[in-house]
Write a protein that binds this ligand. Sequence first.
Ligand code: AFP
Length: 411
Amino acid sequence: MKISLVVSLLVCTASHAFVSQSPRPFVRASSQVFATVEAPVARKTKAPVFDEVCETTGVTLSRFMNEVAMLNPELKELAILFGAIDTACKAITNLVKRSQLPSSETLGYQGEVNVQGEDQKKLDVITNDLLKRALRFTGRLGVLASEEEDVPVDLIGNDKSDSRDILIEEGEKYVAVFDPLDGSSNVDAGIPTGTIIGIYEHDENCVVDPDCIGDDCSEQEAQCLANTLQPGTNLVAAAYCLYSSSTILALTLGNGVYMFTLDETIGEFVLSKPNVKIPDDATIYSFNEANLEMWDAPMRKCVESWRMGTGKSGKTFSSRYIGSMVGDVHRTLLYGGVFGYPGDTKNPNGKLRLLYEGAPMSFIMEQAGGISTTGKKRVMEITPEVVHQRVPVIMGSKNVVQEVIDAYAAE
Ligand code: AFP
């Protein structure tokens, strides 16, 4: 039985199902302007072309990353980080799925309030720890910042007690920023949630003393921790995992968006949507409309015109809003339309966090051919001043989001 399974996993057939439609190099997100949202054109590295697909397993995430690494040796270390993300997303899938069982130890609140004044759920804390450990033990991480950590955490200098467990410490280091369980306030109702991750390059010369906290840090150490405060244009990779009817892992390495679906029968993420492109036009808007009266005039005007069918397309829009960014953005990527959380009179910068929600999701959106703006500025170009900075976000189909940009420009 075991032998035949192994054999069948190895039998692959030629297929063009996953041939990348327009292979492009993996490069950094450039400082492109709204008018040109296409991926950068410099051809330094190669994208894998899958002309052979294993019937039993399809193209797994690990095979995808191995091929990326073979074609682009400079991305080898990044592939190792994605191995950890793969494992963490599978583990979080199980935690979310089991969290509503009466016997579950992950049910309910932790009893703590995070630095943003939000009640931390046990799941927030557990998933944060899980992702942190998974990434850390790759030995490829320098600093991380998370929604659930008050300040950036240095992983090379700190946690010395555990350093014996880090197997590989050589090679390129990265900075990871993440929201381990976005939308967790919805989890008790069985509503989709997600993990959002952004990866930046790290300054190799940064070493932070384990005792460095706040004012005890030297200027150089503080600068190293501030390595997390980079604009989205510096992202080398971004990903989200959506925990819903299926678990979907979507990623970009600056060369288009690839979506993988978790096949639970084999325990692997399998490439299900290569080179995802968001439709340029669509008639769905996704906002917390209860805040409409508090938005500024251009935003209000756009949503009202879509509702009335008096916008540029002349079509009447439908509304879809989950209240869980990963779910709302995932649907927007596939069906088109616009998702947003604008600023309002109560919260001028809205609710979403720039570093681990706005920037990574904008990178993915732009790589799928969409636009992401505050209304006045490209989200990717904003450099965070503090880790938990908020940012207004309006992202989605090119022609629809352009209406918002035009409305603000005409102000
Ligand atoms: P939680 O993680 O506290 O559930 O917040 C989710 C979120 O940050 C984002 O995922 C949603 O798009 C947004 O908040 C929803 O906010 P509203 O509940 O105000 O609509």
